[in-house]
Design a protein around this ligand. Sequence first.
Ligand code: NAD
Ligand code: LMR
Length: 330
Amino acid sequence: MNTNTPVTVTVTGAAGKIAYSLLFWLASGLVFGPGTPVRLRLLDIPSAVVAAEGVAMEIEDCALPLVDSIEITDDVTEAFDGANAAFLVGARPRGKGMERADLLTANGAIFREQGRAINDHAADDIRVVVVGNPANTNAYIAHRHAPDVPAGRFTALMRLDHNRALSQLATRLGARVSELDGVVVWGNHSATQFPDVTYLTRGGEPVTAGLDPEWLADTFIPRVAGRGAEIIAVRGSSSAASAAGAAVDQMRDWVRGTSGESWTTVALPSGGEYGTVTGVVTGLPCRSRGGEWEVVEGLEISDFQRARIDASVAELVSERDAVRALGLAD
Ligand code: NAD
Ligand code: LMR
């Protein structure tokens, strides 16, 4: 029986490829649980509203018991009014040969407007997952325009990078993903990211010493960091179902908690942890307790890790400076 109060969930870019997976998983109860009805708010630009209506028709046709209502709008204020959770997916995707920096100008203004609307109209418990690229800096922009919302409620999606790392490691080790723990992807959701296996365990036992350092440096790190581009090259468009799945994982763990001492990767505004620059939205090892992300404390950082983390955080600082120069955030 659906006894809980319904949650209002806003998905931007509702007519797009990622939303086409994400919306159905949200409506199925994968994120908020089998007893919680969802009020879906679908936001897209005016020219895509009809297509979003088509997606809503398909959700209706699934006759899903947890769907309380579906509203479709091109009005940002309406979209975030009373929202408890928001997936900011809508943005222009990267095409072949484009770097994330090219997207800053195009997408920054979208996240400024949405940050303001979240600040003024969302529910007090709003939780935001920014998916649209450049995700970390878009989250930074939205957060900077929402001064009344606690900084930790703005996250960017790096769970996809985390999942990619886990999957590559499971294949290499002949393990199941569920046996592995202790992965973290530091920095930016970009080619500079640092997928880090220093604390990797299999069934609770450390396994990093058994992994060939050459494989880690020459294959694993570039493969995970370049996976988005690899998918674009092979598939002809950017990752969609895997991105939606990672967004589901991130919000589910946030709302319902991570298991035991396990952690995951979340990009959130840094409080200066592990020498990262305060304020930029960086990947960090996090556990979810009581509905809040907590950064895992006390991990030792080697010189090798330090250099990799600093390089990716430096890119985030340069993106932050670029959006400041464009007047998109302070
Ligand atoms: P898509 O082009 O299929 O869909 C994007 C949708 O956003 C379109 O329907 C478009 O009309 C809409 N949109 C554009 N501007 C909007 C606005 N101002 N308000 C609301 N909606 C708007 O793209 P997609 O494949 O769904 O990807 C969406 C974004 O996610 C892209 O930026 C992509 O690069 C990014 N992405 C991020 C990750 C990650 O791990 N962080 C992974 C994959 C893709
Ligand atoms: C991904 O990682 O798949 C997305 O961010 C798409 C991209 O542009 O790399």
